[in-house]
Design a protein around this ligand. Structure first.
Ligand code: AMP
Ligand code: GLY
Length: 406
């Protein structure tokens, strides 16, 4: 199969890396790609949101499948533009991507599908959680335990414009459960945990994610199947009933409360950095699986997983999450990969042969090992090798899980 991958982040680098290993791949292209993806395939300078230009590219390359990585082009309808022209796409239509693009739409679908979710509150009073209604790159959610926190959250969400939702504050461990979907069927991937807060000990503001690990101990296949049965499949049925079948990756962000799993959010694409932990554990053929989903033939499909665990540590630039950094020289990537760790580019650029920073989250370093403890050691040992002005990372990614598994 000839595949075009759309996007340029760490998630897309991890996708490109795994797609490139698929036995059923014949040719891989990316748009716009990144310096990391360019080591794996040809990159074309077309923006991920430019549906018409991507359509032209897909046609001229005669691709069999387009895989859309990020949420922005999905919410903007790029999958629709391609599908209308008869091209197979892994990624939902704009109508189905509203599950991520609008928190209020997601609430409405969950309520119709009777999915267990955080309850919406009519009045904002602490403790509660305030969420901007539209896309905010993981930075539009405010957990408010006190009135000053709530006042600050309301100010910030109002400044974003576009409405908000307020919901009950839930407690418990969080887990990201991904499923490949073909409109009616869902196939689970190994569960992952994300580290959303900026600083150690889950302090500081929410970010796009500062690290992740997979699989999550205690969530065995039976529990995951249970979650697919109460969350993913009812949502697929409800979207299909509304004439907006979901084809792509349905990501449920769940909190495992004392009363059972509750949905915090849906995303319409792989999580980032979770994809950087999940995809390296996949043993099967990713092109075949995404291709089957894109044509509604997931029924009976199976994906294999390798034993062991993966831990991903995000290396961010000094100003993240408020701002990014551009043009600082990056060193140590080759040294970091020398012992088998993977380095995925999230925000980098190439300047005259020198790899430089180009964003807030700059690199993701994934370590693999027989246990979370070993994978974590591999990730941090590799991350130590990487240097650029202002580089930092959380030091406690997967720490609790590693200690628990000791
Ligand atoms: P979201 O983008 O909706 O997943 O929210 C980002 C993060 O905010 C989540 O990963 C949680 O850590 C936190 N969060 C969201 N909703 C709630 C909630 N109802 N109760 C507690 N924490 C929440
Ligand atoms: N890491 C969280 C997300 O991708 O939304």
């Amino acid at each position: 199969m000839r595949v075009l991958l759309v996007g340029s982040g760490g998630r897309e680098h991890a996708l490109a890396w795994k797609l490139a290993q698929s036995p059923s791949l014949s040719d891989l292209h990316a748009a716009p790609g990144s310096p990391g993806i360019a080591e794996l395939c040809e990159c074309h300078p077309i923006r991920a949101e430019d549906g018409e230009a991507l359509l032209g590219l897909a046609g001229s390359l005669n691709v069999d499948l387009v895989v859309i990585g990020p949420e922005a082009p999905l919410v903007a309808g790029v999958a629709d533009v391609l599908r209308h022209a008869g091209i197979s796409v892994f990624g939902p239509s704009a109508a189905a991507a509203r599950l991520e693009g609008s928190k209020s739409f997601a609430k409405e679908v969950m309520s119709a599908a009777e999915v267990p979710a955080a309850i919406s509150l009519a009045v904002a009073r602490p403790p509660c959680v305030v969420k901007a209604d539209g896309l905010a790159a993981g930075k539009g959610v405010f957990v408010c335990r006190s009135q000053p926190e709530l006042d600050d959250a309301l100010r910030r969400v109002n400044a974003l414009g576009g409405g908000m939702v307020v919901e009950e504050l839930l407690e418990g461990p969080e887990v990201s459960v991904f499923a490949l979907c073909d409109g009616s069927e869902a196939l689970a991937l190994v569960p992952a945990q994300d580290f959303k807060r900026a600083y150690d000990g889950d302090a500081g503001p929410n970010t796009g994610g500062m690290g992740s690990y997979a699989p999550v101990p205690g969530l065995e296949e039976a529990e995951i199947e249970g979650i697919l049965g109460t969350v993913h499949r009812p949502v697929l049925a409800e979207l299909q009933r509304r004439g907006a079948p979901f084809v792509g990756l349905l990501y449920a962000g769940l909190m495992l409360t004392a009363d059972g799993p509750r949905v915090l959010e849906f995303n319409c694409r792989f999580g980032d950095p979770e994809a950087q932990s999940v995809l390296p554990l996949l043993a099967g053929d990713l092109v075949e699986a995404l291709g089957a989903a894109s044509v509604g033939e997931l029924s009976g499909a199976h994906i294999g997983w390798r034993d062991g665990a993966a831990v991903t540590v995000v290396i961010a630039s000094a100003g993240y999450p408020d701002s990014g950094d551009q043009g600082s020289a990056i060193s140590g990537v080759d040294a970091a990969t020398a012992n088998g760790a993977l380095v995925f580019h999230s925000g980098t650029a190439q300047h005259g042969g020198q790899l430089v920073t180009n964003g807030g989250r700059v690199l993701g370093v994934t370590g693999l090992g027989e246990t979370i403890l070993r994978a974590r050691e591999a990730a941090y040992t590799a991350a130590e090798q990487i240097a650029f002005e202002g580089a930092w990372c959380r030091r406690d990614v997967a720490l609790a899980a590693a200690e628990a598994s000791r």
